[in-house]
Design a protein around this ligand. Sequence first.
Ligand code: IPM
Ligand code: MG
Length: 358
Amino acid sequence: MEMRICLLAGDGIGPEIIEQGVRVLEAVAAKFGHDMEFTDALIGGAAIDETGSPLPQDTIDACKAADAVMLGAVGGPKWDELTGAARPESGLLGIRKALGLFANLRPATLFPELASACFLRPDIVAKGIDVMVVRELTGGIYFGQPVGDEMRDGVRTAYNTMVYDENEVRRIARIAFEAARKRSGRVCSVDKANVLAVSRLWREVVTQVHAEEYSDVELSHMYVDNAAMQLVRDPSQFDVIVTGNLFGDILSDEAAVITGSIGMLPSASLGADGPGLFEPIHGSAPDIVGQNKANPLATILSAAMMLRHSFNLEKEAAAIESAVQQVLKAGYRTGDIMEKGCTLVGCNTMGNLVTERI
Ligand code: IPM
Ligand code: MG
């Protein structure tokens, strides 16, 4: 198969981890006889430094011309003084919007080899953690209008708008129900319907989609504050969580960190058609940039998600996931997941170890 992949390495550890992801993909291409072509484009702080904009038009064009996009990370202290649309983060929001990537899949799983790194009590861990957060990614309060910062009667006042229309809710609900059918068949929709009008619409539409198209899936609803608590109290109760942009941002970090291995977790952002975008859940980790300390496994596992979701290459995706598992079994760890009795390795070596096992 021919695959054109656009690489947005971005900032901080982005370039180091993307380099390892590419090496693993090249090994997959060689082994399974695929033809992968990589192009690079600028995003985030790196794009600001070079062009003045966090998302140059060239980058949007390069992504649209590709079959899939891999992203490292954006942001860092160097650009912290910038505000609003000038910030590196707005490059990431902009590319999600430009590519119509409304569905963000964020699996949080406990790797059995890393169970002792989990932050929860052993009796809770024993029940397992395998949650898929399906986050709406191009609407809600992140993009709602009006947004502003102005003087009202002499008082400085800023505001954002949380808005969803029924079509936006319907399409993300379908993604969640479809995902649940391939997993344990349970969806929990998270909202704040006891307070917010937008959440009441959300709940009604999810309920309707469920009744009309997915009554084989089990649906429950939960308020976001309770969901935040239940995620640490007993994460095993969740299979798929579907929620809006802001709640999904927060809950996906929570779901990820309780596994104890945020450096391990991949994500996929998908639209109705066109290229998907695949990136690690963690950020740019400015404190360890350029020290060969970053954990490239989340990026490598994002590459597996890309093969599965954008190219339908299940065998190839599984080859990457199995190689990662073998490396962990053999006791190799980067600093973020290091434990007694294991072998500490850097970003490059971790990439080598996985590549060798493809
Ligand atoms: C994420 C990040 C982004 C978000 C930031 C960097 C804009 O936190 O992907 O979860 O809030 O969506
Ligand atoms: Mg986030």
